[in-house]
Design a binder for this molecule. Structure first.
Ligand code: MG
Ligand code: ZN
Length: 373
């Protein structure tokens, strides 16, 4: 008897060795794969940014309709605090890399992105951003470059990238030198090169209806304006026609990434109005994506951030008043990014796979898993 007890004790010790932390049950496999994914990235959109946006408006945000919520850890391979390139590369390739790397692993090796992988499998693919289309977040889905600053090299990679549709700024990274301040410093004209390869360039969203093959839409020579400076709501307006276009290009399904790029820039500027107006603009795109997913039934809408920007907190508004807690104020604690975990909001088919606390690289694995790959 005594020996048996010892054996049982050893077995139970072995079973618990390492950590006593309870592990989550494995998520049950999705019965049929998710056909379409709309991945919305609010650059720099931490929980405080979303909280403030909710507090400042009577009607709920579209983000609040997400029914499965997760938290991601955002550190990069070398740094505790990530930049947008390393974070987007974690999403797009499933590996942690160093800050500044676009589509490369920590040793500088090229990694096939989710977008490239899905394109090979026959999916239509789309990228939409309120920054230049060569900026770190969208670039990390199609380019493989050692530094995010190499915009002209990133632009060159878009020439042959399997991107069915892109919408964003930075036409100057593609055009031949327009004047001494604009265009590429070399003699290439990537717009002409792409057109020669069959890419159609449009100048309004309604042109998408008749377009086919590969399509590009430059929304600015450099970065598009902020919402506060008059940018149209093309991010939200482009969701429905882009979906229609992508669906016409492939029966397999589509993968679309749409980015609210300037939420981050409001954070860097410690400008709460800039941050929140960009967040509302982004949330309209979330609403358009959710509306489609609800009707479609085979689409996942995944919303997250690459990191938080500005170290935003929401302390008491007026600490000198008798009731300091009567109003939420705001305070930025940094002009850069922070290491706080950021929420993941999932809606639609396969959404339950995104609940939990995990590394940002798991976004890649979970997306492929729910899509049946
Ligand atoms: Mg970005
Ligand atoms: Zn930033």
């Amino acid at each position: 008897m005594k020996n048996i007890s010892v054996i049982l004790l050893l077995v139970s010790v072995a079973a618990c060795s390492g950590s006593n932390r309870p592990t989550a049950p494995q998520p049950t496999a999705v019965k049929t794969p998710v056909k379409n994914v709309i991945f919305l990235i609010g650059d720099g959109m931490g929980l405080a940014q979303v909280s403030k946006a909710i507090q400042q408006r009577e009607e709920p945000l579209n983000i609040e309709s997400a029914n499965y919520i997760g938290l991601i850890k955002t550190s990069s391979s070398k740094q505790a605090i990530t930049d947008s390139a390393a974070a987007a590369t974690a999403f797009s390739t499933g590996v942690k890399t160093y800050n500044g790397a676009v589509g490369l692993d920590a040793n500088g090796g090229s990694k096939k992105t989710l977008l490239e992988l899905l394109a090979e499998k026959g999916y239509a693919t789309g990228l939409i951003a309120t920054s230049g289309i060569t900026h770190a977040t969208p670039a990390s889905f199609y380019a493989h470059v050692e530094s995010r600053q190499k915009y002209y090299s990133i632009a060159e990679e878009l020439v042959d990238a399997p991107v069915s549709l892109f919408i964003g700024g930075a036409e100057d990274h593609f055009d031949n030198r327009v004047d001494k301040n604009r265009g590429r410093p070399d003699n290439r004209d990537l717009v002409k090169e792409m057109a020669a390869k069959g890419v159609t360039f449009i100048s309004a969203l309604d042109e998408l209806e008749k377009a086919s093959g590969r399509v590009g839409y430059f929304t600015a020579d450099n970065h598009p304006e902020s919402v506060g400076n008059g940018r149209s709501d093309y991010l939200a307006e482009s969701i429905q026609p882009s979906i229609g276009f992508l669906q016409r290009q492939s029966k397999t399904g589509f993968f679309m990434m749409a980015e609210g790029a300037q939420i981050d820039w409001g954070g860097h500027a410690n400008d709460i109005d800039y941050t929140i107006s960009e967040l509302y603009d982004f949330d309209k795109a979330v609403g358009a994506a959710m509306k489609f997913a609800k009707n479609d039934g085979n689409t996942l809408v995944l919303i997250t951030a690459d990191h938080e920007t500005g170290g935003l907190t929401l302390p008491a508004g007026d600490t000198k008043s008798d009731e300091p807690y009567s109003q939420a104020g705001h305070a930025f604690s940094s002009s850069g990014h922070t290491s706080v975990m950021v929420p993941v909001y999932a809606y639609g088919k396969g959404a339950e796979a995104f609940a939990g606390v995990y590394e940002n690289t798991e976004i890649y694995n979970k997306l492929l898993s729910v899509m049946g790959h």
